[in-house]
Ligand binder design. Structure first.
Ligand code: SAH
Length: 220
């Protein structure tokens, strides 16, 4: 049985306050997003040897050669998503589950998909202990999850070479997708607003670096 220490000490809470100040300085304005980051104990989503680093504004390695996104990136994408309570949110790349927790904290009904088996399994117990109940899927996010579509919001936390049309199809009219688009080493944060069943508005929001969005699944 896996033993996890769920301690969230005053020290951790203090470090989160400092991180919030830093995110504010870097331009994050949405108080609801800052509140969510203040509530979710990021150190529990990282390998125990990285606890010291959990509240630095940096990405860190998790299992399967993947990374937990930098807090600024999580905050920036979440701000762009503008989650309303009860929004149906489809997340591609569950990873550590940290972004999943933030989306849930904001009141979204979260559907999250991961292509790495160990990551898909790894975060479910923790999220449950923290009181979050997203729907988990093991599979290829390029295919979306048509069963539950359309989604009010879609967030992709891996870099895609181009806008996946299948995901645009599964976005509700009036909905928004946030996705990093570009080459393997650099992507442009992109919002896609679906203004009608045949029309989208695409906007760019600066450069970021993500692990690549890959096709298929990895069962190991
Ligand atoms: N939001 C996560 C980010 C993890 S990194 C966090 O902050 O922890 C990106 C994740 O996307 C990885 O876990 C990777 O396995 C996953 N991924 C990449 N391509 C995917 C795809 N086609 N479908 C589902 N998940 C994918």
């Amino acid at each position: 049985m896996e033993i996890v220490n769920f301690e969230d000490s005053y020290r951790h809470k203090g470090l989160r306050r400092k991180l919030i100040d830093e995110l504010r300085r870097k331009g994050i304005r949405d108080e609801r997003v800052l509140n969510a980051i203040d509530k979710v104990p990021r150190h529990l989503f990282m390998d125990s040897s990285f606890v010291e680093f959990a509240y630095q504004d940096k990405a860190f390695p998790i299992a399967a050669g993947q990374t937990i996104s930098q807090p600024y990136t999580v905050a920036f994408m979440t701000e762009l998503l503008n989650i309303k309570p009860h929004d149906k949110v489809f997340e591609v790349g569950t990873g550590s589950g940290y972004q999943t927790a933030i989306l849930s904290e904001l009141g979204g009904k979260v559907y999250t998909i991961e292509r790495q088996k160990d990551l898909f399994q790894g975060c479910q117990h923790l999220l449950k202990m923290l009181g979050y109940n997203p729907l988990y899927f093991f599979g290829d996010g390029y295919l979306g999850k048509p069963t539950y579509a359309p989604y009010d919001k879609i967030i992709v936390t891996a870099g895609a070479p181009e806008i996946p049309q299948v995901l645009v199809e599964q976005l509700a009219v009036g909905g928004r997708m946030v996705i990093p688009i570009g080459a393997e080493d650099l992507q442009v944060m992109t919002t896609i607003d679906k203004v009608s069943s045949t029309q989208v508005n695409v906007r760019e929001h600066g450069y970021f670096v993500f692990v690549p969005m890959l096709k298929g699944t990895n069962n190991r």
